[in-house]
Design a protein around this ligand. Sequence first.
Ligand code: ZN
Length: 157
Amino acid sequence: MSQCASCQRYYEARHADETVCSICSAPNRDHGKLMVVAFDSDIIAIERSGVYDGLYFVLGGTVPLLHSEAIKKIRGGGLKATIEARLRSGLREVILAFAVNPDGENTARFVESLIGQIDSNSKEALQVSQLGRGLSTGSELEYADPDTITNALKNRG
Ligand SMILES: [Zn+2]
């Protein structure tokens, strides 16, 4: 398995010199949108819905309430660097796609605070939205069906 240098997910590389996965290298993806998910499996669930055409970033976990140590285990620094770099190449929207539960909300707040630390002129126009509005409380993205994900994407805010 290789790790994608862009979204950080693990995938089966087709060539030895490949550094980004098939989603990140696809010419038809909208580089203006970045969806932040907790796990590789969340990408699979969202891709199954077929309605999202932007890029992803896999945080590698969540930031549970009362477990601030968890911040060290996820890719917070990598996400901040990715957003900083993408802001220079037309990033318009960051979509936070975490489970609808207290840990998911805490993780969203953590990512929002990371974005708050970014010093960039283009940050003013950056929209930060949450997928959670269309999902019912307690739902895990991984188990959401394509229709649910489609609705959640439409109703994000
Ligand atoms: Zn990728």
